[in-house]
Write a protein that binds this ligand. Structure first.
Ligand SMILES: Cc1cc2nc3c(=O)[nH]c(=O)nc-3n(C[C@H](O)[C@H](O)[C@H](O)COP(=O)(O)OP(=O)(O)OC[C@H]3O[C@@H](n4cnc5c(N)ncnc54)[C@H](O)[C@@H]3O)c2cc1C
Ligand code: FES
Length: 268
């Protein structure tokens, strides 16, 4: 169920490298949020933004009534947001969109593939899976970025006890290369597995193609620009394969029918 509320900021941590973790008191959203869902956020301030921005839920604690997001301050909205102090208010609408559903096969390995700020929803997924009784070693997180300073949530994944494989384009941390390189090796290790991915579009396209070729189920969470996030403006429409349609595809709203889709259906 979707809620619209004004939450008080309880904690706002500077994680370094322009990354921030913000915890907000938002009991209704914390109760209902599922891994992969997102919020539309807006704050008020001198010269503050007029348009909301989407952020994935990084962690929700229904008992404490809190939820957290992790974001990179990279443009006007997020740089302004990084200046908000504890006690300030932030307007949130959510939880929005669909969620990741773990592969139910008992022997399945779960390959969580994150690129940059695609990591937060996969951390929420890994955390919920461990809490639900999945063996941490059945969860392999492949966390990638261009360089070490752009890796997100590495320590949080490690604290869950899951298998963590990091990749960087420049080799400054983990394996030099892309998440697709590591994913290829993980799939080649054999056994039933499923992939869940979030990150920039070129990464998702590479990961999705690899999985389709290997016959591995893969769900991708798209980082489409979302002007409203509520299914109203049609600014986030993407194409999905649909042979029943005359043009061979359907148009769907990433914010409403997604943001998570089967990689085999997405027309990139
Ligand atoms: C479902 C979803 C979940 C997201 N979760 C996170 C998250 O957990 N952490 C995080 O740091 N970022 C997340 N993002 C991206 C985040 O919304 C953008 O970083 C933010 O909008 C940038 O705004 P800005 O003004 O600071 O930067 P800008 O300079 O305006 O934009 C920087 C980049 O952000 C993207 N962007 C800008 N406006 C939008 C918009 N309205 N909708 C989507 N993307 C936009 C574009 O790729 C742009 O190039 C998510 C995006 C989506 C669609
Ligand atoms: S962002 Fe407006 S319809 Fe999806």
């Amino acid at each position: 169920m979707r809620h619209s509320l004004t939450g008080s900021i309880l904690a706002h941590r500077d994680l370094g490298d322009a990354q921030f973790e913000m915890t907000v008191l938002a009991p209704d959203i914390a109760r209902d949020a599922r891994p992969g869902q997102f919020l539309q956020a807006l704050y008020v301030g001198a010269g503050g933004p007029l348009m909301r921005r989407p952020f994935s839920v990084f962690h929700a604690d229904p008992e404490a009534g809190t939820l957290a997001i992790v974001y990179v301050a990279r443009g006007a909205f997020t740089i302004g947001m990084s200046a908000l102090r504890v006690g300030c208010s932030i307007s949130l609408v959510g939880p929005l969109g669909n969620c990741f559903v773990p592969d139910a096969r008992p022997a399945a390995r779960h390959l969580l593939v994150a690129g940059g700020v695609g990591a937060p929803p996969l951390y929420f997924l890994a955390r919920e899976m461990v809490a639900a009784g999945h063996a941490p070693k059945s969860i392999c997180v492949i966390n990638g970025a261009r360089s070490r300073d752009l890796l997100v949530a590495g320590a949080d994944f490690a604290a869950l006890g899951v298998t963590l494989r990091e990749t960087t384009d420049d080799g400054s941390a983990g394996r030099r290369g892309t998440v697709a390189d590591e994913l290829r090796d993980q799939i080649a290790a054999g056994g039933p597995c499923s992939a869940y991915a979030c990150g920039p579009t070129p990464m998702l396209r590479a990961v999705g193609s690899l999985c389709v070729e290997a016959g591995v189920a893969c769900r991708v969470s798209l980082e489409t620009v979302m002007p409203c996030g509520l299914g109203v403006c049609m600014g986030c429409v993407i194409k999905l394969r649909n042979e029943a349609e005359p043009e061979g595809h359907s148009l769907v709203r990433s914010c409403h029918e997604g943001p998570i889709f089967d990689a085999s259906e997405v027309i990139w």
